[in-house]
Ligand binder design. Structure first.
Ligand SMILES: NC(=O)C1=CN([C@@H]2O[C@H](COP(=O)(O)OP(=O)(O)OC[C@H]3O[C@@H](n4cnc5c(N)ncnc54)[C@H](OP(=O)(O)O)[C@@H]3O)[C@@H](O)[C@H]2O)C=CC1
Ligand SMILES: O=C(O)[C@@H]1CCC=N1
Length: 273
């Protein structure tokens, strides 16, 4: 199925920014959509140059992009999405699949702006770039099972994707859309701690990042509850419990819970503009 479908897929990125680049690099690296079957348009010439250097073609306008691509990935900031899609409306038809990754913008609005195009909403994260994204997706009313398969195949080639009710996409945004930023901050802080304790920056950063990678792998591969895994690390009167006590004193878990809920709430606010 997927091979035939992918053979006829021309992916166009509306907006060639950070996320478009992450997805394009990931799809090309995975061999699912080669760079020469992708195209991008952007108002920023510098970003078009980046895409050209990836081996993709570039289009001088979003309208031209719609002429060359049957799968359009809406990768502009949410604030400009309405203007961008309504300007494209005359060039969109039921033969286009519009995959929006814009945070907070509901399918109902996208459908109004895009007319006949089929809509799928995806909330990926930046780790598409290294083939380890975590994404959620919801289908618009006219999107077909084949569209669902295609988008799943594309995003599974760059990580993992879950189908969720659209009302839960803001929660996905809070956990995994924004989550990399929180984990990058945690890695930076762990490395700072290592430097404070005497390690070189390089060694501290490598230890911190590898620790996050290994811990995530253990959760995914052992399927054990993270609390049980935490207990495996925590010796009586040892070093880890001394650190955990500090984290609990400073509301570490509560801070993360609140960060996710704040992000989800912000997504809901953005959907009302
Ligand atoms: N960053 C992330 O980790 C994630 C982002 N998202 C979503 O992805 C989308 C893109 O985010 P991100 O990649 O970070 O944003 P960027 O700002 O990096 O990319 C958006 C690009 O679109 C360009 N642009 C602006 N107006 C137009 C237009 N009329 N036509 C074509 N291109 C235009 C921008 O140019 P200029 O800068 O000159 O305005 C910019 O290069 C957002 O909607 C965001 O909610 C989703 C998941 C994760
Ligand atoms: O900060 C944002 O709004 C976007 C959506 C998820 C990650 N970045």
């Amino acid at each position: 199925m997927a091979a035939d479908m992918l053979a006829n897929t021309r992916v166009g990125f509306i907006g060639a920014g950070q996320m478009a680049e992450a997805i394009a690099r990931g799809l090309d690296k995975a061999g699912v959509v080669p760079a020469n079957k992708m195209c991008a348009s952007d108002v920023n010439v510098g970003r078009m140059k980046v895409f050209e250097s990836l081996g993709t073609s570039v289009c001088s306008s979003n309208t031209k992009l719609a002429e060359t691509s049957n799968v359009l990935i809406l990768a502009v900031k949410p604030q400009v999405a309405e203007k961008v899609v309504t300007d494209m409306k005359p060039s969109l038809s039921k033969d286009h699949l519009l995959v929006s990754i814009a945070a907070g913008i509901p399918i109902s609005k996208l459908q109004d702006w895009a007319g006949e195009a089929r809509i799928v909403r995806v909330m990926p994260n930046v780790a598409c770039m290294v083939g380890e994204t975590a994404a959620g997706m919801s289908l618009g009313k006219t999107a077909t099972p084949a569209d669902s398969d295609l988008v799943t195949t594309m995003f599974e080639s760059v990580g993992k994707i879950h189908v969720v009710d659209e009302k839960l996409l803001n929660a996905v945004t809070g956990v995994s859309g924004s989550g990399p930023a929180y984990i990058f901050m945690a890695i930076e802080a762990l490395a700072d701690g290592g430097v404070a304790a005497g390690l070189t920056r390089d060694v501290a950063m490598s230890l911190a990042a590898q620790t996050v990678l290994g811990s995530a792998k253990m959760v995914l591969e052992t399927k054990k509850h993270p609390g049980e895994l935490k207990d495996m690390v925590t010796s009586p009167a040892g070093t880890t419990i001394a650190g955990i006590r500090e984290l609990e004193d400073r509301g570490f878990r509560s801070a993360l819970i609140n960060a996710v809920v704040a992000g989800a709430k912000r997504g809901e606010e953005m959907s009302k503009y």
